[in-house]
Design a protein around this ligand. Structure first.
Ligand code: G6P
Ligand code: MG
Length: 217
């Protein structure tokens, strides 16, 4: 059988979640908002605009559109600064092994990310060629947990939701996969991603047997 394997980017393929965190933390501290790692979980998988709204909400801050636009630009500039020199060594452990196994087995691979910076990152870390389809923040209007991003990815691969498997590190992303009716695989803490169908701490825990089972069932 051929299945659609859909990967989130930030925190799944590369460890850019830390860069998003640092860039948001700078904005938050400018505004006098205490922004913890726990708060940051709420932002994972969430669009840039929505992330700012959540942060402002934490500080009970109402801002003009002009200020919001300014902070959104600043956040992305800081983020771009962090990712400019990204190389292959920032691909998370075990990811390449999984991508290679899927490719060698003729499986279909897509990216399903909320980030508008997804393509340049895939290029920087030199794994663009593994992907048969890419859906990112430039292609969708509804952010996760809306399933739009994953449904589009599956459609581009010519597969149904039942034939699709999603790898995600965010609560919003797991919910999106579940709502779409896809198999959700949580990458990260099981207690945070408790809505996922399967849980792993990282890709080194995912073996060929497991992948083969996903293909066969
Ligand atoms: C991913 C990350 C989020 C980020 C979003 C938008 O989903 O997990 O933290 O806010 O992408 O990314 P962007 O690069 O477009 O700001
Ligand atoms: Mg993510």
């Amino acid at each position: 059988k051929t299945k659609a394997f859909i990967f989130d980017l930030d925190g799944v393929i590369v460890d850019t979640a830390k860069y998003h965190y640092l860039a948001w933390q700078k904005i938050a501290s400018q505004l006098g908002i205490d922004f913890t790692h726990e708060h940051n979980e709420l932002l994972k998988g969430v669009s840039r605009v929505r992330s700012l709204e959540i942060i402002l909400g934490l500080g009970n801050i109402e801002a003009s559109q002009e200020d919001k636009d300014k902070w959104l630009v600043q956040k992305n500039e800081d983020y771009l600064g962090y990712i400019t020199n990204m190389k292959e060594d920032e691909i998370l452990e075990g990811v390449i092994t999984v991508l290679r196994f899927l490719k060698a087995n003729g499986q279909l691979i897509a990216l399903g990310s909320a980030s508008k910076n997804a393509r340049p990152i895939l290029e920087k870390v030199n794994i663009l060629h593994y992907f048969d389809a890419i859906v990112d923040g430039n292609d969708v209007t509804n952010a996760k947990p809306d399933p739009e991003v994953f449904i589009r990815a599956a459609k581009l691969l010519g597969k149904t939701a039942e034939e699709s498997i999603v790898f995600e590190d965010s609560v919003a992303g797991i919910q999106a996969a579940n709502i779409a009716g896809m198999v959700s695989v949580g990458i990260g803490h099981k207690d945070i991603l408790n809505e996922a169908r399967y849980n792993f701490n990282d890709f080194t825990e995912i073996d060929n047997n497991f992948l083969q089972t996903l293909v066969n069932t």
